[in-house]
Design a protein. Structure first.
Length: 278
């Protein structure tokens, strides 16, 4: 089932299944579902990640309460980039009595996704064209689920869920696998360049399965906010992760074109050298 972007489709799922009810989300994850369920009169119960930023599957199960309508996770997670295998998620879904909503915005950077298993009765898969395909402005996404769930959602949502330009762009993107593979390989290569360069500068880089990654800032900066304010003076920006629980010392980096990434590292090297000398 197609729609006007993954965020809109996620909101649709919450309206249908969780209106005025609770949902379970991770303590560190993309905040859209939390904001949305609040406007729908419900609430979000957060489950902490393990110390290595992986899912605590047991805690997700024990966190279920009578008014919890669904569980929402991102895979790979955002912002950590940590990925969990289809086997793990299917095992979780088998033990659930509520839907497991899985957002796979960055799954094209992995290859091994839950897509082929999304007809599971308890799984609702939400996917996007915004990341690897680069079509964020067209607002196109789609849901994969069992035929019964898709038909139920279609009856509740009605027709005209996407615009003709977005549909045309999505079809063209799906047909151009060569461009997709080239884009994915380029971004992953640039991600490795940034990760290695930041490690050399004293950052603690967290391994990631998506095109983005998080890193703990070195001792030269008191926290992520200070770091972001410092590099902003040089017209550079990264995502400040301090809004997430326990990530006050972390930033998220998304690779750009190589000359931009190289300039970022060169400028950052100068900033750190100046701080060290002082």
């Amino acid at each position: 089932m197609v729609g006007a972007g993954a965020n809109q489709l996620l909101e649709d799922v919450l309206k249908i299944y969780a209106l005025n009810q609770g949902i379970i989300v991770l303590s560190v994850t993309f905040p859209e579902s939390v904001a949305c369920i609040t406007t729908l009169g419900g609430y979000a119960k957060t489950i902490p990640l393990k110390t290595d930023f992986t899912l605590d599957l047991k805690a997700l199960l024990t966190g279920l309460e009578p008014d919890i309508a669904l569980i929402h996770i991102c895979n790979p997670n955002n912002p950590t980039g940590i990925w969990h295998s289809p086997r793990e998620l299917i095992s979780l879904a088998d033990d659930l009595t509520v839907p497991l909503v899985v957002s796979e915005a960055s799954a094209d950077f992995i290859g091994n996704t839950i897509l082929n298993h999304a007809i599971h009765k308890n799984i609702i898969l939400v996917r996007s064209f915004s990341k690897a395909y680069g079509l964020a402005g067209l607002r196109m996404g789609y849901i994969v689920a069992s035929e019964e769930r898709i038909n139920y959602m279609k009856r509740r949502l009605g027709s005209y869920r996407a615009n003709s330009f977005g549909i045309a762009g999505a079809i063209a993107a799906l047909q151009d696998s060569e461009h997709l593979n080239s884009s994915v390989n380029y971004l992953l290569q640039e991600k490795l360049y940034l990760m290695d360069s930041l490690k050399a500068l004293g950052f603690e880089v967290i391994p990631s399965h998506s095109q983005t990654f998080i890193a703990k800032i070195p001792k030269y900066f008191s926290d992520a906010t200070t770091f972001c304010q410092t590099i902003a003076k040089y017209n550079m920006a990264v995502v400040n992760c301090s809004l997430y629980e326990g990530l006050e010392q972390y930033i998220r980096i998304a690779p750009q074109k190589h000359h931009i990434n190289k300039q970022f590292i060169l400028t950052l090297t100068k900033i750190i050298r100046d701080l060290y000398d002082n």
